[in-house]
Design a protein around this ligand. Structure first.
Ligand code: NAD
Length: 314
């Protein structure tokens, strides 16, 4: 029996695309990796550079700079192409410029008879994932945005640091827009198997105000990093690898990604960050959390902000 060869195509070999590619290779996730960029020389140079590390990779991977035709046989197409966020610019400022770029990219991918899963990271990610869904005509389950997975990772890291507990034992998520209106779901957070609320009550040095502080720093983390080094890319690169592994290994993992809502949380026809079960077929299920009243109010606001932007794009 012929073994299936897992292929990922990355469109956009800038800082995010290459951090993703580098992390994907180092974690030995795929057999084939094709790099595509409007700047062909850049994609070529990146493929050469990455190939030179191959003797030290955990498994052999064929890496090359290719064209949209190579997407036809891809299992996952990851889009990180577009214009990055400039200092002081919100993610939503980017919308018009990147929507135009996306329409052209997605239609080129679909011409290759691509029939896999799109994974979108370019900002504003919730809007561009929606654009990808509409433009591709693929089922909603097979178009995924990185959403608030990176924000949730930042939150887990920060709480772990604060409590001096392994970040992998912090179960917390940020939902909503990947941007200024996102919100933490404190009511569903836990440290190991203990509710976060219980941990706070037991530990007198930690209180709700500390958590609010942590959230604000997490929400604004991209701005702080951009101020210092011009862009963020390692964290998102690793987040994208986590989603890719959940897909290709058919993991049924719960990750907070940008998913199409079809009446979940009382909303429809919008992409937004919510916890989802992810496997080889894409988003198997959107998990509907029991949000408290304030959280629901903030989530509704975040979704409405995204809906308004979608209207302006249409
Ligand atoms: P970058 O400028 O380093 O790379 C963008 C790449 O896209 C460039 O190589 C450029 O040549 C390419 N490109 C532009 N137009 C193209 C087209 N039409 N076809 C193919 N390639 C094209 O930017 P970056 O730092 O890698 O950021 C990329 C995107 O990722 C930005 O939108 C950024 O805001 C976003 N981002 C998202 C998250 C997240 O959590 N979702 C985190 C960080 C960055």
């Amino acid at each position: 029996m012929k073994e299936h060869i897992n292929r990922v195509a990355v469109i956009g070999t800038g800082a995010v695309g290459c951090s993703y590619a580098y992390s994907l290779i180092n974690q030995g996730v795929v057999e084939e990796l094709v790099l595509i960029d409007v700047n062909e020389a850049k994609a070529e140079g990146e493929a050469m550079d990455l190939n030179h590390g191959m003797p030290f990779a955990p498994s052999p991977i064929k890496v090359w700079s290719g064209s949209y035709e190579d997407c036809g046989a891809a299992d996952v197409v990851v889009i990180t192409a577009g214009l990055p966020q400039k200092p002081g610019e919100t993610r939503l400022d980017l919308v018009a410029k990147n929507t135009k770029i996306f329409k052209q990219i997605v239609s080129s991918v679909m011409k290759s008879e691509f029939n896999g899963i799109f994974l979108v990271a370019t900002n504003p990610v919730d809007i561009l994932t929606y654009v990808t869904y509409k433009e591709s005509g693929l089922p909603k389950e097979r178009v995924i945005g990185s959403g608030t997975l990176l924000d949730s990772a930042r939150l887990r890291f920060a709480i772990g640091q604060y409590l001096n507990v392994d970040t992998r034992n912090i179960h917390a998520a940020i939902i909503g827009e990947h941007g200024d209106t996102e919100l933490p779901v404190w009511s569903c957070s836990s440290v190991g198997i203990e509710p976060l609320q219980t941990v706070l009550e037991k530990n007198k040095n930690v209180n709700k105000e500390c958590l609010d502080d942590i959230f604000v720093k997490v929400r604004d983390a991209a701005y702080h990093i951009i101020e210092r080094k011009g862009a963020t890319y390692y964290g998102i690169g690793m987040s994208l690898v986590r989603i890719t592994k959940a897909i290709l290994n058919n993991e049924n993992s719960i990750l907070t990604v940008s998913s199409y809502l079809n009446d979940e949380y009382g909303h429809r026809d919008v992409y937004v960050g919510v916890p989802c079960i992810i496997n080889r077929s894409g988003i198997r299920e959107v998990i509907e959390l029991q949000l408290d009243e304030k959280e629901k109010e903030k989530f509704d606001h975040s979704v409405n902000v995204l809906k308004d932007i979608i209207k302006s794009v249409q």
